[in-house]
Design a protein around this ligand. Structure first.
Ligand code: FAD
Length: 731
């Protein structure tokens, strides 16, 4: 058997040359085989092609390790590497303008044939000046060296459909190729015993591919970019979710906590009560399950070390009214910017809904106190029992450089249910009473009306206080309930009955019992919010009576704007977003009423930055609208599937009688954090470095640099980047 290895570059036609040789010998009655092996399928990359010729059928399909002869299509590939595995007296056929004798010295002991195939191909218009196709020209030299006649070459070209320019070039090569040492045809030869088989053109010392300057023919080059991960873009608090999760993936929990504290002083709270839009937006949902960001935030805030605040030099005084998450967030950010903040709270304790609304079984008060303490340590002075009305607000504007008002939603929506008024409580008052230990519903049948978080919290609290029977009546269906879905699920698990499509209209007394008359509803057309409108059902079963001892109304709340200076409000989409004539800013639920803790935190932070910008002209507001790293940019095949890690929960017995925290959190965060794809943000996985065929990428650990003198623009780095950070652009 005769085995030939062809060394070339993508685009030069090496595999076709292998076919031509095989076809020529096949026509002479031999068994032949031709195939190529690519380093990467692209123009300019080193490739190898192989030919086998034998009298018997060829059953070996392996790559050729010990060729009888080698053919080199590109002058830049000529070097000692092509001798690897070449049999002792094997012929070498080179495309080079250099003299045969000169090269014979390098390849002592071998027959060396040379032909300037590049010039011949260019003269004959084969390929382009930048990438000439030299295969047919080289066929002329191969034929001459192996004893094929030119008629046999012509017949082969005809068979394979090659045109006249190819034949002219081949003929010129056939006639002008020269050889040194021992001219001769293709012969079988035996390998020297003990020689090592050939592998590639890689540098035998470094293992690196040969450094070949790119020239001017590359058409594309890689560019690194940073995209916005969907978790970051959907976080209402403005957290850098990806960065904190990546730190957690290295078990660097102090660092992860520091990242969270840049934007939010309440990570332990959000890690417990946030509806986590980041988890809904996570690209991993398309693959298996989104990363459990909420539990990671909780873990980091419970296990990371809280830093000691660095007190800033105080330059001006700012007043904040309301100590819910919006007021707390603004106070924290303003203090970090070097303002002295006075925080005015109408209640006797700080925290707003976090203290008076959300029950302890979801948010233990020690977590709230830890985070409040951290905020106050930044030099915030808090005043409780300090209700601010319109006159007091005017006063504040005289003594402070600016005022931020975040008084939340204070007006509860009601429903006139007639007679049994004393049995009807507002949900928010009930929850505050629970917090103060003043509510007693033991043994009572409780009906909660509403579908939001207040309704679910009131129902689950009543259950824990020993209510014998708890029903939630909601006028739409479960799918339309604004409460956090997991909370609805938990309420049902705890034995609370959800009666959908039911609207209470009237109460009457039956002794100590309240008879609550309800109307059955059906869903009609969607309202402007997209939720389907409930409309009254008709027919005999449309009205029914529920008997109970206590009715809790949780129908939502609205803002009390009587605190704001009259007549000079600024409106946006029908909502008040500020006032003129005084440096007063508003935020949290009072402003846009997005209704989540995270949104209130984000609103407080943005207000702080606006205040700082107004007072100093220094604009720190992030207005970048970076492109979001969508799921289609993530190469999911590079990640293993892994189920989401979930935290534990306490037993149902404990849930029935105590306000102990239901969720116990993760026991380890790094494993869950490692599920993060780090969408659109380089996390130094170094796949680009590993896969770059030219070795033109270097890094100092942080910065990655492409050497464009040698980069061929193959795009392997971009194709291998799992997170869409590398983009190929046209030069
Ligand atoms: P608030 O938290 O309402 O704080 C306003 C503060 O201002 C209060 O402390 C109030 O006493 C004070 N104040 C009012 N008037 C004055 C005045 N004139 N002078 C001085 N101080 C005044 N969101 C979630 O993300 N996850 C949840 O699980 C969740 N559960 C909830 C459960 C309940 C029962 C409720 C009611 C809401 C829940 N929310 C939840 C929504 C979230 O709590 C609110 O969106 C958020 O608290 C709004 O923050 P805020 O700072 O604007 O207002």
């Amino acid at each position: 058997m005769i085995e030939i290895t062809i060394y070339g570059r993508g685009g030069q036609g090496g595999v076709t040359l292998a076919k031509l040789i095989a076809a020529a010998w096949f026509a002479k009655g031999k068994y032949t085989q031709a195939f190529g092996v690519y380093a990467a399928e692209r123009s300019g990359a080193p490739i190898q092609a192989y030919v086998r010729i034998d009298d018997a059928e060829i059953t070996n399909h392996n790559q050729i390790r010990e060729p009888d002869h080698v053919i080199v299509l590109d002058p830049t590939l000529i070097g000692p590497g092509i001798l690897t595995g070449l049999k002792r007296d094997g012929a070498i056929i080179l495309n080079t303008p250099r003299a045969t004798a000169e090269l014979a010295a390098m390849f002592a002991g071998h027959t060396v044939w040379t032909i300037d195939a590049t010039s011949i191909a260019v003269e004959n218009g084969l390929g382009t000046r930048a990438v000439p196709i030299v295969n047919t020209t080289m066929m002329g030299a191969v034929a001459r060296s192996s004893g094929l006649t030119f008629d046999e070459v012509t017949a082969t070209f005809d068979d394979l459909g090659f045109g006249s320019a190819n034949l002219v070039a081949a003929k010129e090569a056939f006639e002008t190729s020269s050889s040194a040492v021992v001219p001769g045809g293709l012969r079988e030869s035996r390998p020297e015993p003990g020689t090592t088989p050939a592998v590639s053109l890689l540098d035998p010392n470094t293992g690196a591919p040969p450094q070949i300057r790119t020239g001017s023919w590359a058409t594309r080059r890689p560019e690194r970019r940073t995209l916005t991960p969907p978790c970051n873009s959907s976080c209402p608090a403005g957290n850098d979710v990806q960065r904190f999760v990546q730190a957690a993936s290295r078990a660097a929990y102090d660092e992860a906590l520091a990242v969270l504290l840049e934007t939010s002083p309440l990570p332990g709270i959000c890690g417990r009560v946030c509806p986590a839009p980041c988890m809904a937006a996570c690209n991993r949902n398309e693959f298996d399950e989104g990363v459990n960001v909420r539990e990671l935030e909780r873990f980091v805030s419970d296990h990371g070390e809280w830093p000691n605040p660095v007190l800033q030099a105080v330059h001006e005084r700012i007043a904040v009214v309301g100590s819910g998450p919006a007021g707390l967030s603004a106070a924290y950010q303003l203090a970090k910017l070097g303002y002295h903040v006075s925080l005015f709270e109408a209640g006797d304790q700080l925290g707003g809904v976090l203290r008076n609304g959300i029950p302890e079984y979801r948010l233990p008060r020690e977590v709230l106190d830890r985070e409040l303490g951290f905020i106050l340590m930044h030099g915030v002075t808090a005043y409780t029992d300090a209700r601010i009305d319109r006159a007091a607000l005017r006063e504040l504007t005289r003594h402070y450089s600016a005022v931020f008002v975040a008084t939340g939603l204070q007006e509860s929506r009601s429903l006139d249910l007639g007679e049994s008024r004393e049995a009807v409580r507002q949900g928010i008052d009930f929850l505050e009473g629970v917090h103060r230990g003043e509510e007693n519903v033991s043994g009572m049948r409780v009906v909660v009306v509403g579908g939001g978080n207040t309704a679910i919290d009131a129902a689950r609290s009543a259950r824990r206080l020993g209510a014998s029977d708890v029903h939630i009546l909601y006028r739409r269906s479960r799918a339309e309930m604004p409460a956090i879905a997991e909370e609805i699920e938990a309420a049902i698990e705890e034995g609370i009955v959800l009666d959908e499509l039911a609207l209470p209209v009237h109460t009457s007394s039956e002794g100590k019992t309240v008879a609550l008359t309800c109307v059955r509803m059906v869903l009609g057309d969607p309202d402007p919010s997209g939720r389907r409108q409930p409309v009254r059902a008709t027919g005999p079963a449309a009205e029914f009576v529920v008997r109970c001892d206590r009715v809790i109304l949780a129908l939502g709340q609205s803002a009390d704007i009587s605190i704001l200076p009259e007549g000079n409000e600024i409106h946006e989409n029908g909502k008040v977003v500020g006032v003129t004539g005084a440096p007063v800013f508003i935020g949290g639920d009072l402003g846009k009423s997005e209704g989540t803790v995270a949104a209130a935190i984000g609103s407080g932070r943005r207000a702080a930055l606006h205040i700082h910008c107004t007072l100093t002209g220094h604009d720190l507001i992030d207005r970048d609208e970076a492109q979001v790293a969508t799921a289609d940019l993530i190469r999911t095949r590079t990640f293993p599937h892994a189920a989401r890690t979930r935290g534990g929960t306490i037993s149902h017995e404990l849930r029935e009688h105590t306000f102990a925290e239901v969720h116990t959190g993760l026991t380890d965060a790094a494993v869950e954090a490692q599920r993060c794809f780090s969408c659109g943000v380089c996390n130094s996985c170094d796949r680009c470095l590993t896969y770059c065929p030219e070795g033109v990428l270097t890094t100092d650990g942080d910065t990655y640099t492409f050497n464009f003198d040698f980069c061929k623009g193959c795009g392997v780095c971009a194709a291998e980047c799992p997170r869409g950070v590398i983009l190929m652009s046209q030069i």
